[in-house]
Design a protein around this ligand. Structure first.
Ligand code: UDP
Length: 246
């Protein structure tokens, strides 16, 4: 009889991980902390080795956020184009870190830039996932006035992911901002409607509505511990899970 404890089985076979730009900041004020990217890549490798298919949508807020630039007078659509290009920089950094660990990846962009990445084609993205490649989705949905949260919801539905793992810098969804209010209350679970009605800062409303209409769970968790990606995939209770409810 073997004395080896069997490895726990993943709860999800295919997930979409949303990495906001702020988690790539690490200890920096601006740009990409390569140590953080490497730690995230290592954890993605572990879950890929468990047989989980992983798509990643990367944000760009660590480099450029369209809405902030437009508040300072820049044309919003132009500012958002720059924001989308920022996400491509993050995507290429993550690809590089994964490839250095021997993980097969593809970057797919919603804005064509075929010299550096493949265009986003839904069927191709699914094919890459089936082959065990990490699919990194960049340039948002390719249109201004959207966010990478909405991109995450849309792409998760398109590639038939079973859950969205939204990695942030706080350990779940709170009733008020925990960085400002020490008495802020964390929710272990929420319904989509509660998130929308209470105007909680989980994902933007467009993203939450899309998830609600299509019944895809969102798990919001802290990526300061990169092992949380693995824990979320194993179905362990971390962060806040947002679903339809009973
Ligand atoms: N963006 C956009 N369309 C999209 C996705 C993103 O115009 O479909 C732009 C927008 O300017 C946004 C920026 O890209 O501010 C970076 O994305 P986001 O703010 O969602 O990044 P995160 O907050 O996740 O770092």
């Amino acid at each position: 009889m073997s004395d080896r404890t069997p490895s726990p089985l993943p709860k999800y076979k295919r997930v979409l991980v949303k990495l906001s730009g702020e988690v790539l900041l690490g200890s920096h004020q601006y740009g990409i902390d390569s140590t953080v990217v490497e730690a995230i890549a290592q954890k993605i490798k572990e879950v890929v080795n468990m047989g989980v298919e992983v798509a990643v949508v990367v944000g760009g807020g660590n480099i450029f956020r369209g809405i902030s630039a437009s508040a300072r007078g820049m044309d919003r659509a132009t500012a958002d184009s720059i924001g989308m290009l920022a996400t491509v920089m993050n995507a290429l950094s993550l690809q590089d870190a994964l490839e250095r660990l021997g993980v097969f990846t593809r970057v797919l962009t919603a804005i064509s830039m075929q010299e550096i990445a493949e265009p986003y084609i839904r069927r191709r993205a699914i094919r890459h996932l089936e082959k065990g490649r990490v699919v990194i989705l960049a340039a948002g949905i390719g249109n201004p006035y959207f966010t990478t949260d909405t991109t995450a919801a849309l792409r998760a539905l398109e590639v038939k992911a079973e859950a969205i793992l939204k990695a942030t810098k706080v350990d779940g969804v709170y009733d008020t901002d925990p960085t400002v209010n020490p008495y802020a209350k964390k929710f272990d679970s929420l319904t989509y409607l509660e998130v929308l009605q209470k105007e909680l800062k989980a994902m933007d409303d467009t993203a939450v509505s899309l998830c609600m209409d299509n019944h895809i769970p969102i798990i919001v968790f802290n990526l300061s511990d990169p092992d949380n990606i693995r824990k979320a995939i194993l179905g362990q209770k971390i962060g806040t899970i947002i679903t339809q409810g009973e």
